[in-house]
Design a protein around this ligand. Structure first.
Ligand code: DX5
Ligand code: ZN
Length: 220
């Protein structure tokens, strides 16, 4: 059985109070903090980089699940490892030629390696990375076009989740985009166990209740 990991997306937090927002999410029951790194090139939005991860790390021991929506992920491995990132998830679309080197680098720096796919990318693209001698440890299926929080969940992405879960029973499969109380059961019954949720958690009057509902759906 794979374990539930509920990861509020800090993209929906008040960035001017990042440390207290992180603390609040952990108090509400979050397992991981999902950090969205956007370079304004791979996606049409610009967020935070290693210096912000480094600042946040001084305030928390939490698992920082970094999702790198960047064109040159290899350039970010060392700075993110030094800053205290826990997981480093890159996009398969930008490293068809050098993913072996990238995965090796990420792991050698003590981070957990993950690979992500945009909605238009076929799931077969990540099979070699999961089956490699030095494999990725998580696959992140985007359930919206990466770039912004608050978009609508794409249920058709569940075919990818089902295909992965059938092939790899113990793989960590993360879903990201539009997850909340009304979409979670579709994702977990397809086989997702790591759940990113931004607007549904931060926008709720009782984030702890939403987090526990998400967790229950994975565990049931
Ligand atoms: C989008 C990001 C997501 C985003 C999710 O590119 O990768 O992590 O913050 O936000 P919601 O849950 O609001 O769709
Ligand atoms: Zn994300």
């Amino acid at each position: 059985m794979v374990k539930a990991k509920i990861a509020p997306s800090m993209l929906s937090s008040d960035f001017s109070n990042l440390a207290s927002e992180a603390e609040r999410m952990l108090r509400c029951g979050a397992d991981w903090l999902h950090m969205d790194i956007m370079d304004g090139h791979f996606v049409p939005n610009l967020t935070i980089g290693a210096p912000v991860i480094e600042s946040l790390r001084k305030h928390t021991d939490a698992y920082l699940d970094c999702h790198l929506m960047v064109t040159n992920p290899l350039d970010y491995v060392e700075p993110f490892a030094k800053a205290g990132a826990s997981g480093f998830t890159f996009h398969v679309e930008v490293c068809e030629d050098n993913w072996q080197e990238l995965v090796k680098e990420i792991k050698s720096k003590g981070m957990k390696a993950g690979v992500s796919l945009k909605p238009g990318t076929p799931v077969e693209k990540v099979y070699p990375l999961v089956e490699a001698k030095d494999p990725v440890e998580m696959v992140l299926i985007m359930t919206v076009e990466p770039g912004f929080g608050g978009q609508k969940f794409m249920p058709e992405m569940m075919d990818k989740v089902r295909a992965l879960r059938t092939k790899y029973p113990s793989l960590d499969i993360e879903v990201d985009g539009g997850l909340g109380p009304s979409t979670i059961d579709v994702a977990t019954s397809a086989g997702a166990n790591c759940i990113v949720a931004g607007s549904s958690v931060f926008g709720a009057p009782d984030p702890a209740q939403v987090i526990s509902l998400l967790r229950k759906s994975v565990e049931d």
